[in-house]
Structures are given as C-alpha cells and as structure tokens.
Design a protein. Structure first.
Length: 497
RNA sequence: GGCCCCGUCGUCUAGUGGCCUAGGACUCUGGCUUCUCAAGCCAGCUACGCGGGUUCGAAUCCCGUCGGGGCUACCA
C-alpha cells in the first residue's frame, strides 16, 4: 500500500505555493556558475507556477559593491530571468537587500541569546587560530571547541575590561542533522563535525549563516536550489530554523546543484575560461543560447533533446532530472548552440541584435540606409556566423570607405593568373547592365570558367579577394550585388596592377 | 588530516536489473555538396574508473578501493 503515503505527501507539497530564491553575494560579476543556479531557480519557479525571488546577500560589506549589485540585476534582466520579488520590483517580504534588513537579524540574534540557543564568545582570532593549529596537530576535527559556552564571572569581567567585543555563536547540540536533498537523497552530518558557528560579528553585523536562514524563513521560501558548496552549511542553517521555532515540515526543501567547472577540472575561474556573463554578451552570445547551454550542464530534457526555448525549459524542467555530478564548461558547445540560435532568428530580430556590434566596431553609424543594407545582407551570412560579433568581419567590406585588400591576400591577387582573371572579369562586367547576382554569376561563369577554362574556386577566388578583401566571405555574386555595380567595378579595377 | 559530495565516449549527456554488441549532441577525422567560409547530409573514432559480491541476468543494487571536488573563517 504505497499509494497512501504518496497521496498524503502530494497534498502537502501541492498545498504550498512554491517560492524559490536566487540569492547571490555579488563580490564580482555574476559568473557562469551563479547564472546556472539562477537559471535553475527561475526554471523551477516557472515550472511549478510558483514565485521567483531575487535577494542580494550583501552582509559582507567589504567585498560586495553597489556596482556589482547593479551588474547582477542587469545580467539577470538581460538573460530574461524575470523575478516576482526583489530589487526594482519590490514585494511583500522586502527589503530584498540584506544590508537593509539588519534590524531583523539583530532581533533574532537577541532572541537566540535570550533563549540560550546562542552565546557570546570572547575568544580572539589569534586564540582561535592557535587552537585550530593545535587541533590539526593532534589530528582532531578542527572547529570551535566551545570554550565560551560557559564563562565564569571573573573571565567575563576580564574580557570586558580588555575591551573585547564578543561574537554571537550558535550552540550546536549533540547528535546529528539529517535532511533529504532532492538531488542527493538523505544526507547526515554528525554534530561532532559541525562546530558552534558565528552568527554575529564582533562589530554587530550578521553573517551569512544567520541572514540566509532568517530570510528564507521570513520570505517563506519553500525550495532552496543552490550550489553544492553550500551543502555542508545546511545543518547550520537548519539549526537556525530550530532556534527560530520553525516546524520541521516547514523547512525549505534543499537541492544542491552540482558545480560547473573549468576545462582542467578546477572550479571555473578567470584562469581557465572566461566566467563573467558580460564577457559572453560582449562577444555576441545570445542570452537564450547561454541559458540553453547552461541548462544542459547538470540537467537534460531527455529524449535526445537539446535545443529548447526558454518557454520549453520552464515546461520541461524538473529537479528529478538534475544530476549530482559536476559538469565541465565547454566553449565549443556553447558556440555551436549559439550558432543554432542565430539561425533560428528572423531577420528583423537578427538585425536588431547585430546592429550594436556593427556600430561598436565602427562598421556603420546606424543610419537607416546602412541598416537597410545590413538587413539585405544578413540572410546570406546568417548560417555562416556563430556569434553576433562575427557580422563585422563578414560585412565590413560593404561599408569600407577606404577599401583595401588584406595584406595576406595581396600576393595571390598579384599572380599572373589572378591578374588575367581580374582583367577578364573587368571586361565582361563593364558590359553587364543587369546587376543581379544571377546575371553576375552567369556572366562570370561564361567568361572565366567556360571562356578561360578555369576551375570555379580558382577563378572566383581571385574576384572574391578583389571584392571583399578576403578569401573568406559571404557568397560572391550576392556580395557583388549588395556592393553595387559601381563599387564592384572599381574594386576589380583597383586590384589590377 | 577530518567530514561530506561525486565517478557512462575528450566534453555535455540518455540510461532507474534484460529493449545496451550502451543512444544523442559538441569536438575531431574522412566523404558528399560546393564560388570561399559556413550550413546541411553521410560515415568513422572514442565511454560504463578498478576489484569483489547479489542475481538466471548489472552501466543500473551492495561492499571495498582508487580518483576528483567541496567544506573545515568574525567569506558566501
């Protein structure tokens, strides 16, 4: 009779509206790993029809800056990960910046102290450091030894006279903590290896361990999907829930996502691959391509599917299909997916996205005339580019004011055979009145292939370099049509020495 | 060192005891097509870390082992 408990469980779960949060600590630009987490949080919220909460964990004022916070907001927006509560949109459980919630943490901290769940610890950093060293030497599990759990009146007076500022420590009771991680199953931590941890610094500011647990409870978070690095901090978080008086059935469900790693099996960092999302944006990667690729790191839709839209992602995403093993980031695959996504774009959309790159690269200034040309050229390069940044090398020949042939290509154009081809081409093109790519092709084929008996790649290669300046280009005849009769003729003539 | 997590082609993955002489995708190699580069199509290379069990049968379950990673802060 397995179905009875299943039904009860199902009701319990389905009664509660899902609330998932993405809570980065912006100590730098959001990176690939952060975004993968954000994406899964978002996808899960959308899949379940729940709410996606965006919270900024800026309790470490030394490392989190306003610029990084703004960059995080912008990055999420750019990716299309919209949030229901958080910075800029507000919500009923705000504020959503931890630095603005200090009084809330202070209140709970005072309560924990009064309840005896937490205690003041006067040990100095140096003393702690020394004791840790000793523990290591003695081969004992390192961690706070509980010295200040009981402080004699004399010691207390002494500490105070020394002007020591105490930290607030959570008392970990004997025993163990077991919780069910949706991805890893049942996980148990013996409290012998979870020492009493600090909730509030000597200066009164809260630590992550306090703030994260308080906020998740106060914001009624039902599901915590976050990086695997936080797995071992979960028992501490649960300890705070207990001190807050939260019933076990109201604890959020945890799901610890596997890491995204760099090529060399180390955590992704600047050293082994670019990690900042801004870097990818500036190189012409599409947000939907980044999301699609990142979704495939640690998750798969199954059925040999890979290319999914954002909408399909929200429909298909389930935590059950997330794995527990880490994934390596592969730029080649990202590029392939980016190319696929570019090919799926309609021309108007592609134009809109590619234009900023052409302007930034000073190929165009953005006039309507220029945009019209770009638009008519995009269809012939759409399947030739993998990133938006590649429109520049593909199309710059159309706009060059002082057109010059690539120095590397020059010797080839100067060869006798190439010169013969160009002279012949110049001759027949002069007489050509219908400047359509079909007509250009017909004329050149007749003159160069049939007339001169040359192989197409040889003959057209020379013309290509004369016209586009490079041996890699969009299709030649279309390129000539786009360039126009006058300029095409001028370039062919100019290549004749 | 201790605790915890993880282990299928080079990479991402499918796979939840028989459908697996292990499927798909990226990469790579070869071919077709072809005005270059792409795209597209076809073909090929390459994987269940290792050793024991359990079972008629294991990539799938158990144990051990090895390897990788995380945590071990008044960081998150």
């Amino acid at each position: 009779m397995v179905w009875v408990p299943f039904l009860i469980r199902y009701r319990l779960v389905s009664n509660k509206k899902v609330r998932v949060r993405f809570a980065p600590s912006p100590t730098g630009d959001l990176h690939v790993g952060n975004i993968r987490t954000a994406l899964f949080d978002w996808a899960y919220a959308r899949h379940t029809g729940g709410e996606f909460i965006f919270r900024i964990e800026d309790t470490d004022r030394e490392r989190v800056t306003d610029e990084y916070i703004q960059a995080a907001i912008d990055t999420l927006k750019w990716l299309g990960l919209d949030w229901d509560e958080g910075p800029e949109v507000g919500g009923n459980f705000g504020p959503y910046l931890q630095s603005q919630r200090l009084d809330i943490y202070a209140e709970w901290a005072a309560k924990f102290l009064a309840q005896g769940d937490a205690y003041h610890c006067y040990c100095s950093s140096e003393e702690l450091e020394a004791r840790r060293e000793a523990q290591k030497k003695a081969n004992v599990a390192p961690g706070y030894d509980g010295k200040c759990r009981e402080i004699s009146a004399d010691d207390l007076a002494k500490y105070k006279s020394e002007g020591r500022k105490p930290v607030l420590r959570m008392r970990m009771p004997d025993g163990s903590t077991t919780f069910t991680d949706s991805i890893r199953g049942e996980v148990t931590f013996d409290h012998n290896f979870v020492p009493d941890f600090v909730l509030v610094r000597g200066d009164g500011s809260p630590l992550y361990t306090l703030a994260v647990a308080v906020d998740d409870v106060m914001m009624k978070i039902t599901h915590v999907l976050r990086g695997e690095d936080l797995l071992s901090s979960t028992p501490r978080q649960i300890r705070v829930y207990q001190a807050m008086g939260v019933a076990p059935e109201d604890y959020p469900t945890f799901a610890h996502l596997p890491f995204v790693m760099g090529q060399d099996n180390a955590k992704l960092s600047k050293r082994n691959g670019e990690v900042s999302i801004a870097w990818y944006r500036d190189r012409g990667f599409l947000p939907e391509a980044i999301c699609n690729y990142l979704a495939l790191l640690g998750w798969s839709p199954g059925e040999d599917r890979e290319n999914v839209t954002m909408k399909e992602l929200t429909e298909l995403f389930t935590v059950e299909r997330v794995h527990s093993s880490p994934a390596r980031f592969d730029m080649k695959k990202l590029e392939a997916i980016n190319g696929d996504k570019i090919r799926l774009l309609d021309i108007e959309d592609l134009l809109k996205r590619a234009t900023p790159f052409l302007i930034k690269d000073e190929v165009i200034t953005g006039t309507p005339e220029e945009l019209a040309i770009v638009k008519s050229a995009l269809p012939i390069i759409q399947e030739r580019i993998a990133t938006l940044a590649e429109v520049t090398p593909m199309l710059k020949f159309l706009f060059a004011k002082n057109f010059v042939i690539d120095v590397q290509e020059l010797p080839k154009v100067k060869e006798a055979q190439a010169q013969d081809v160009l002279k012949k081409a110049n001759e027949v093109l002069q007489d050509l009145t219908d400047w359509s790519h079909q007509s250009i092709e017909a004329a050149l084929r007749a003159a160069l292939i049939e007339g001169m008996g040359l192989k197409p790649r040889i003959a057209f290669g020379s013309v290509r370099v004369a016209i586009t300046g490079s041996h890699i280009s969009p299709p030649l005849f279309e390129s000539m049509e786009l360039l126009g009769r006058e300029r095409s003729l001028a370039r062919v003539a100019a290549a004749i020495v």
